[in-house]
Design a protein. Structure first.
Length: 117
C-alpha cells in the first residue's frame, strides 16, 4: 500500500485577505481556488492549502506557528516587499553561518519561516 502526502493546510478567517498575503505578497503560485480553499504550488506532489476555518477545532488552529519553512530565492527582496505590504515579522531577517532567515505572520497570525537555503 502506497501512502503519499497530498497537502498541508493553514486555517484562516478570511480567504480574500489570505490570498493577498499568500499569492500577492509572498508570490506563491496558485494551483486552484474554491469558496473555502486555495491551493498553492501547481504540479507539485504536495500542495499548500489555505482554508477557511469553519469548524471550532479548525478555528483553534488559527494564529499559531505552522511549523512550515519556505525556501526563498531572493529573500532580501521578498522581505522588503512583505514589509511594504504591512506584514508582521516575528523574527526579522537575519544572517547566520548557514544562511538568512525570517519568521513572518499572515494576517491571521499564522507564523512561518522563510529561509534562503
Amino acid at each position: 500500500m502506497a501512502i503519499t502526502l497530498k497537502n498541508i493546510v493553514i486555517f484562516v478567517t478570511d480567504l480574500t485577505r489570505a490570498k493577498t498575503f499568500y499569492a500577492d505578497l509572498l508570490g506563491l503560485p496558485v494551483a486552484g481556488q474554491s469558496e473555502m480553499l486555495m491551493e498553492f504550488f501547481p504540479g507539485a506532489v504536495t500542495t499548500l492549502g489555505v482554508s477557511l476555518a469553519l469548524h471550532e477545532d479548525a478555528r483553534s488552529l488559527i494564529g499559531r506557528h505552522t511549523g512550515l519553512t519556505l525556501t526563498v530565492e531572493n529573500i532580501v527582496a521578498l522581505c522588503e516587499k512583505l514589509t511594504g505590504g504591512g506584514v508582521h515579522f516575528v523574527e526579522p531577517l537575519e544572517s547566520s553561518p548557514w544562511g538568512k532567515m525570517a519568521v513572518v505572520q499572515d494576517f491571521d497570525g499564522n507564523m512561518m519561516a522563510l529561509v534562503d537555503r
